[in-house]
Structure formats: C-alpha cells, structure tokens
Design a protein around this ligand. Structure first.
Ligand code: PRX
Length: 566
C-alpha cells in the first residue's frame, strides 16, 4: 500500500520552532527543558506563577493573556490583570479555608471566571478539578463524592446541579453572583471578593510532585476515575506548546475544548500560557458561523480542535466559510479521535493549511505522538513520538512488535507529564502497567519503518463520541435506573460526523412496550440525570441481550457485531 505524504506548507511569516525532528532527537533531554523555568534557579515551583506572574515580572504585563468572545460580548484581560484577579481570588479562597492539596472543583462555562478560578486554585497549591458544563447532578455528585471534594466554584445557573444535601465532604459552594442570586448554602463570590484584601505573598510554593489538577475520565468498566497530575507536567506542556503548537510571541491561539476535558486544561490554559501566548476563549456552543467569526474577530493564528468539529465545519459547506476572513490561520492541530485524510485535504484546499494530528490521553498529561509543522504528514497517521518519548507496539504477551504489525500502543514510563496517581485507586493505576514500565494506553496501533504511528481502534469497550470519552458502564447503570428498563448494553456505533455515537440496546420490564414516546423519555432520563454527551442517540429494544454463559456478563462485542451486520 502506498502512503500519501504531505509536505509542509510555507505560508506568510511561517517560522518553525523546531526545524528538523531528526536533528533534535540525539541531544534532546527533559533536563535541558527544565532550564526554561524560574524554579530551575530559584527552587520556587508553581504552575500558576509560570503561567501568569512570571510574565508580568518579565515586563509583559500589558500583553493580552485572554480574549473572550461570546457573540457580541468581548472581554480582554492582560497578564497584569490576570495576575491581579487570580491573586485576589487566591486570597479569598484561602480566607474560606482552602489549603494546599485540597481539591477545588470548578464548574463554570467557558468564560473568564473559569480561567481565573483555575489559576487561582493552583496558585494556592490546591488541586483544580474542572467539571464539564454539560454535567448534570449525578455526574457532579459522583466526582465530588469520589474524592471527598470540599470546595466548588460555580455560577448561579450551574449551582442548581450541585447536590446540597447528600455530600458530607462538600463544605463550601462559591457562586460567581451577587448574594441575592445565591441559593441556600451558597456563598456569593462577588461579595467575598469585595471583602478580600490582596495578600503580600499569594503564591504557595509547591513541590514538582504536588497535585495540580484532577480530571475524571471513563474506561470500559466502573465509574469515571480521578486522574491526578503534578506540577512537573509543566515541563512537557511547555515544550510541546513550543514545538507542536509552534507558539511564537505574536500568536493568537485558540483551543476549542472546555477545561473539563483534559485538552481544555492542558492545551487551552497551561501550555499556551507557559509560552506567554494570548489565548482565545469562545463562549456558547458549537456553531459554524460563530466559530468562523471567532477566528476572524480575534485573528486566530494557531488553532487546536477536534475531528468532529472539523467534519461539522466541512459539512456546513463553502458558503458559510467564505463569509469570513480566515487568512490569519497559519497552523492547525487536531486531537481526540481519528483524523480522516479527507479532513486534512479539506483543510489544505479551503484554509490553505495542513491539519496536524496529535495523540495523547488524560492519563498522559501532554502530547506524546505528534505531527510537527516542519515535517512530512502521512494522512491517517497520528505522527511520531515527541523527542524523549519511547513508543512500543506490544503483543498480548508484552513483546515488542516489528514495524507494520498491529499491537497494543504503549509508552515507556516515566515522562514529565505522566499522571501522578489515580485518586484513591492504586489498583487502577497499576492496571496500566502490566508489562513493567510500559504504560498501556488501551489503543491498538502500528508503527511504520519511519516511526509514524497509525491508530487502529481501542482494545476495550470505551466509546469515543466527538472526541469525548464515554464509559459504557456509566450509561448502562443510568439506563437501568429507569423503571421501564430491565437490562442495558451500550456500544459506540460508527458515525460519519461524530466518529461514534452512543447506542443502547435495552430489554424492557414487563408491562412496557417499545414506543417512541417511551424511548425518548428514557433518552432524556440519561441526558438530564447524567450528561447530554453520554445520552444514547439511538436506543433499540431487544427481547434479550447476548451474555457470557458463565458469568452472565453482557457481551458488548456481540452487540457491536450485530450493529455492523446491519
Ligand atoms: O483512543 C484514543 C483517543 O482518545 C483516547 C484518550 O481520550 P481522553 O483521555 O479523553 O483524551 C483525549 C484528548 C487528549 C485515546 O486513548 N485519541 C486521542 N487522540 C487521538 C485518539 N484517537 C485517534 N487519533 C488521535 N489523534
């Protein structure tokens, strides 16, 4: 099979931070990267300091740090303003009792408060726990309960989905609103900030190994697990921001992910701010017109998004796109799901730029397999290992495979951004390491002679819809809570736009019949109890579900085969 090769496109003032991949490989060392950080000289470590305060001290206080666009509303904050706002919120959080190592959940839409809260929590040494804004009460409860979360910052609207009575650990609910809009047990953050004075030393100096952020992520079994990262992740987040995002002083950078997903924290906040870039934050939901207008309005130069979004924009057609001036774009990247070659060609033909695929996971804390702007792209491949990263393709017995053979995609641990732990779950952490220090990703892939990695699917039942990771168990558990549902089996069904959609097969309890109104009610039950992104788009009623003979476990694989056979 001949593989198509796409050469780099030079456009305008294109200027790569990494000119030649092969040339940097022999001498690359993470230790050298550490020299970029102030703690290398001072010994004082904190991600928030490196993202914001340091740039103010270096004389970049007037540079725009954040440009928020939500329809007609626009807000710009400089690095100096970000420092002041995060210093004040940090002091307020301290006043409310937040201590180093406490988890502070942040349940806000993509707006300036959300980004200020993330940095302020980190500044005082707390572990920031961003929650996706589409989570409903149960998803919020599961996460707070799992790690005995004590604090949550939210807004008046989302506060309605924060359980008030059955979470004994939850001490304080801080709401970004005036007191008259705060409900029972809610504290007005506006009032609190008015009554807080800046502290002389807002930053808590931490250890590189101290907790930085927690993201709950799904697998094929059980409820979502809390993946905790440490401040040392900044080493890799900085360097990938520089070489893969290719960030330079005048870039306007937009990553479309919400901080509740790992990309929205690592590559929408940490990596660009470590590189002193201006970030763009878009409010509201996906809509082709508003997305294109964000690029035009902000003059976005570097753009990081996901295949589903690109496919939606492609499907929208040329007429919408042609209404906007998108010529500022010089570098585009993608993550989260397989990037189809057609989408890369669409990028070249319509935007004049290649789309660079990247691969990583919540657990890995930063990009590991990437395409560089200066290197050849092979459409269908996720790229090559970042310098300092060793990729292995392993057989079922953990034996490394030759080029061209499909196996389990594994990475030699450690690397700077690898997770610190799975919250209160050592067993889960160890399950990633069945073959010594090889971290097992759960993905299947092969590598070609030149080291390019080609994604071949998952080795488990995890669902990837629009780049969002959904565990079938969570959805099945919610479905059977509905009085009409006796049993449920949930799979990912291939979908041309979303990659996969969530499809549920259910068996109804006696007395219920397969009618559209009931099916819609069951769908909404999951949507409003758990989360919109996890609600099945399709539900099919069966007489019985395929199960293993001995243990009676639902055979999701058979449901998949059945679906594919249609
Ligand atoms: O299956 C892979 C898929 O997304 C999984 C990780 O999901 P999550 O932890 O939510 O992180 C997503 C973004 C960092 C992986 O195990 N995935 C991620 N990137 C790609 C991908 N699948 C194909 N191509 C990619 N570039």
């Amino acid at each position: 099979m001949t593989i198509e090769v796409l050469k780099p496109i030079k456009k305008g003032t294109y200027n790569n931070n990494i000119a030649n991949y092969e040339a940097v490989l022999p001498d690359f060392s993470w230790k050298e990267v550490e020299r970029q950080f102030s703690w290398h000289r001072t010994g004082k470590v904190n991600m928030a300091y490196e993202c914001i305060d340091r740039h103010v001290e270096d004389g970049y206080g007037e540079k725009t740090a954040l440009h928020y666009i939500n329809g007609k509303e626009e807000v710009k904050l400089t690095f100096a303003e970000m420092k002041e706002k995060t210093d004040l919120l940090a002091a307020a959080l301290r006043k409310e009792g937040v201590k180093k190592g406490d988890i502070v959940f942040i349940f806000l839409p993509k707006n300036p408060e959300c980004y200020i809260a993330m940095i302020a929590a980190v500044k005082i040494g707390a572990i920031a726990g961003p929650l996706f804004e589409a989570f409903m009460e149960e998803a919020v409860r599961d996460r707070i309960a799992d790690c005995d979360g004590k604090y949550i910052i939210t807004d008046a609207e989302l506060a309605k989905r924060v359980p008030k009575n059955d979470l004994p650990s939850l001490k304080k609910i801080l709401v970004t609103a005036e007191p008259e809009f705060c409900g029972n047990r809610e504290i007005s953050l506006n009032e609190l900030l008015r009554n807080t004075r800046l502290e002389d030393q807002p930053t808590e100096w931490v250890d590189l190994e101290d907790g930085l952020n927690i993201h709950y992520t799904s697998g094929s079994t059980g409820k979502p697990k809390g993946i905790v990262h440490a401040h040392r992740a900044m080493i890799q987040q900085y360097q990938t921001g520089k070489w893969v995002l290719d960030l330079q002083e005048n870039d306007i950078y937009w990553c479309t992910a919400h901080p509740g997903w790992v990309t929205g924290t690592v590559y929408a906040i940490f990596a660009p701010w470590l590189n002193r870039s201006t970030i763009v934050v878009n409010g509201g939901r996906f809509d082709a017109d508003s997305w294109y207008s964000v690029i035009e309005k902000a003059g976005v130069t570097v753009w990081y998004s996901a295949p589903t979004a690109f496919r939606m924009l492609k499907a929208e057609g040329d007429d919408t796109r042609k209404k906007y001036d998108l010529t500022s774009l010089r570098h585009i990247l993608s993550v989260g799901e397989p990037l189809n070659p057609e989408v890369i060609h669409w990028g070249i033909n319509t935007l004049g730029v290649r789309i660079h695929d990247t691969w990583w996971m919540t657990e890995t804390g930063a990009q590991l397999i990437v395409n560089f702007p200066s290197e050849v792209i092979k459409p269908g491949s996720m790229g090559r290992p970042f310098p300092g990263i060793e990729v292995g393709i392993l057989s079922e017995d953990g034996v490394q495979q030759q080029a061209g053979n499909i196996g389990h995609l594994a990475i030699k641990a450690p690397w700077p951004a690898i997770m610190k732990e799975v919250w209160k779950n050592k067993e889960k952490y160890h399950s990633y390491f069945q073959f010594g220090d090889w971290y097992l990703s759960g993905d299947l892939a092969y590598q070609d002679e030149e080291g390019y990695v080609f994604f071949q699917g998952r080795s488990d039942d995890m669902i990837n819809s629009s780049g969002e990771r959904i565990g079938p168990f969570e959805v099945e558990s919610k479905l059977i809570e509905h009085e009409a549902v006796a049993e449920a089996g949930v799979i990912g069904k291939p979908d041309p736009i979303r990659g996969e959609i969530v499809k549920a097969f259910i068996v109804l309890n006696k007395g219920y019949t397969d009618e559209p109104a009931l099916i819609e009610e069951i769908r909404k039950f999951v949507r409003y109890k758990l989360s919109a992104h996890a609600a099945p788009r399709e539900i099919e009623v069966l007489e019985e579900l395929p199960k293993t003979k001995i243990s009676g476990k639902i055979l999701r694989r058979e449901l998949k085969v059945r679906e594919q056979g249609k």
